[in-house]
Design a protein around this ligand. Structure first.
Ligand SMILES: C[S@@+](CC[C@H](N)C(=O)[O-])C[C@H]1O[C@@H](n2cnc3c(N)ncnc32)[C@H](O)[C@@H]1O
Length: 311
């Protein structure tokens, strides 16, 4: 019996995955340019992600070689090229890559670095040895079925002084976090009307928070949503790299930022307040968040080998 996580209908599901994310990329680009410079202004990015992405980008020097894995419409690929890096964006979605290439062509002359794009499956990808100064992967790990393979490839491809930057969801949202999101969703003006909220509460009662949990955790209708859950990507990364910074949080605020129906001038301070509260509860150990952002360094080969022998 094969132990491969790639089963019989894998290729059909992967095709669906590419189509779904292609539609997401097209819809996003139809609204705003697929460029971190523009996407940074979205409420959830501004409040939850901007600090981390900006810090990652600031440490990129002209001439560096970078890899953006699961690049989608390429918002980070272009941002890295804007910093002067030569970036390869890889994704399974041909449609998303078409969007990314189209946008890159429209801004290419303003960029110091360069971008190129390639369609490939991260579960089976082969990367060159010690080639990249930066590897970034945002929102893609939890869609993968062969995480040990990709983590091994990333380790091989990162230069000894290179950095890996990851942003993704890991594990479950805590009950307290879901409850906090549910209460805030109920009392604040959102895209769901108050009438529908009351009807939902009467209909689902105590199951209402678990419905919120599902929508907090689901990103689109990906056939691979949560596929790698049992492979614990964070443990694999901690084993293969030296994690130098790791922060959890922002899931409750990020979710609300997508749902709130308030003018930006009110939404921004309110979300900042909620984010502050969420971080405080995390620090006090009263919440556990599934949102993770981390920065890691290559680990000397001897250490990785020693650890895999002892574990
Ligand atoms: C949540 S989106 C993130 C996109 C982009 N990194 C961003 O932050 O805007 C996940 C991306 O991973 C890609 N993806 C999912 N499974 C993949 C696989 N097996 N190989 C390559 N890309 C994959 C999807 O096509 C999609 O573009």
């Amino acid at each position: 019996m094969s132990n491969s996580p790639i089963d019989g209908n894998y290729h059909d599901r992967l095709r669906q995955e590419g189509e779904i994310w292609g539609k997401v990329a097209e819809a996003m680009a139809a609204q705003d340019a697929p460029d971190w410079q523009v996407q940074r202004q979205a409420l959830h990015n501004l409040i939850v992600h901007a600090r981390h992405v900006d810090a990652m980008l600031e440490a990129v020097q002209p001439g560096m070689q970078a890899l953006d894995l699961g690049c989608g419409a390429g918002e980070l690929t272009v941002a890295l090229a804007r910093r002067g890096a030569h970036v390869l964006g890889i994704d399974i979605s041909a449609r998303a890559l078409e969007v990314a290439r189209g946008y890159y062509a429209s801004v290419q002359s303003q960029l110091v670095g360069t971008a190129s794009y390639e369609q490939a499956d991260l579960n089976t990808l082969s990367l060159p040895t010690a080639r990249y100064d930066r590897i970034v992967i945002k929102g893609a790990l939890h869609h993968l079925v062969d995480l040990p393979h990709l983590v091994g490839q990333m380790r091989q491809a990162l230069r000894p002084d290179g950095l890996l930057w990851v942003q993704d969801s890991h594990g479950d949202e805590s009950r307290a976090g879901v409850l906090m999101a549910s209460v805030l969703m109920f009392v604040l003006p959102t895209h769901v009307s108050y009438g529908d909220k009351v009807r939902g509460l009467l209909r689902f009662g105590l199951r209402a928070p678990s419905r919120i949990k599902l929508s907090m955790e689901a990103e689109g209708l990906s056939p691979f949503e949560g596929a790698g859950r049992d492979q614990d990507w964070l443990a694999l990364i901690q084993q293969a790299f030296d994690v130098i910074d790791l922060e959890r949080g922002g899931t409750v605020t990020g979710y609300l930022a997508h749902q709130l129906r308030l003018p930006r001038s009110l939404a921004l301070p309110l979300l900042r307040l909620i984010y502050g509260l969420e971080r405080l509860l995390l620090r006090l150990g009263l919440l556990r968040s599934s949102g993770v952002v981390l920065l890691a360094r290559s680990r000397p080969r001897e250490l990785v080998e020693a650890q895999s022998v002892t574990s």
